[in-house]
Design a protein around this ligand. Sequence first.
Ligand code: ATP
Length: 460
Amino acid sequence: MDKVVNLCKRRGFVFPGSEIYGGMASSWDYGPLGVELKNNIKKLWWKKFVQERDDMVGIDAALIMNPKVWEASGHLKNFTDPLVECKKCHSRFRADQTSGLIYSEKKLDSGMAEQILSLVPETKCPECNEMWILDKTLETPKQFNLMFKTFIGPAEESANIAYFRPETAQGMFVDFKNVLNTTRKKIPFGIAQIGKAFRNEITPGNFIFRTREFEQMEIEYFIRETDWKKSFEYWLEEMKKWMKLIGLKDEDLHFAEIPDDERAHYSKRTIDIEYKFPFGQDELYGIAYRGDFDLKNHQEKSGQDLSYQDLLSGEKFLPHVIEPTFGVDRTFLAVLLAAYKEEPAKSAEGEDEERVVLKLPQEIAPVQVAILPLSKKDELSSVAQKIAQDLRKNLVVEYDETQSIGKRYRRQDEIGTPFCVTVDFDSLQDEAVTIRERDSMKQERIKIKELENYLSEKFK
Ligand code: ATP
């Protein structure tokens, strides 16, 4: 993990947020390479799940929605995490995520939860080392609401309270009727959205794994109730295909079937897709069958008819929903961890050394081709610059003429660039360049005029 975090900082993938002011707890900025990688992940997801399909459309809803949305969705009441406080140092922890604490929640029919907490003997506060005794040195859990509050307009009055959305999903339910009326989609169909979400997490951490501001890619897939099992299986398979596409290995994934008494009361099936992160196995994505819970609540609270009418049979009903949900930042982290490799290699002088290489899938690599003239001399750089300019029309190109060629190859390996093109003095005579492939390090001589075709073939 430390190696990946260091690489992120060193090469400009992710920086600590507001660093010149000493940073800010769990706030991270995506740097020049990070924003490319993150955008590529989002673009690929959108292409696969929206643009390549006839049964999906996208939206981009407001971040701050009418607070009634969160009343109807249950977030204002139930979007909580169990919080415990050490009575000695007053540090706060999540009861379900602190070692030594055994916490479980039993969902009651009312939607409320019964909280059960016990302690492994000899458990001490991770901050002040006080021995924890329930109700004496450790408070019983309280439910802490994760919604981020703000005020609309100049007056900070309760009537003006609003919330930053804690998930993108509600946008799809609130816009369901508008989407239906404007696109005339027939069930089954889905609405997708990519965007920021905010949660006032009690214990953010593990780099970009858990932050208070993050991005999600979510799908609400609207179906007939009778189809839920089939549709759930189908979307689980689609999620597996996606994970393969972005380079995640089966052996690093775990599919945790959430038992009845831990699931939300309206869900008949939920699977947490966990990734084996270096700090432990934890949730990467989720898939849930949400029944008609959301549309039903919004229909009730808004007084609007949100039902779907089948044009052929005239049948009218509230669709049920399968929700595959993907965190962008956790995808980014898992993709980097899966791609990071240390391998034996030879230096330009033929000596044994180790190279760090990000074996990113070509589709999401932040830089696709690096153009590396062997020297800064004008006659080489003019040819190399022309090649870079021509390739930029279709590919993301980096031009680099500093340092030795060996160091430049290492740098491109470290940021995951699939191809390096070296322009040398022979290029002036034979009008050819050397292409080096990142993973195999194989080199090939290609005519400059064939380069564009050659690369577009490789990126197909
Ligand atoms: P966790 O149990 O880790 O808090 P969750 O079950 O509350 O997550 P969901 O509400 O299912 O998460 O959110 C959907 C997805 O959004 C998650 O699978 C994850 O990828 C991402 N996500 C949720 N919370 C955060 C966060 N604080 N920081 C980064 N990504 C997050």
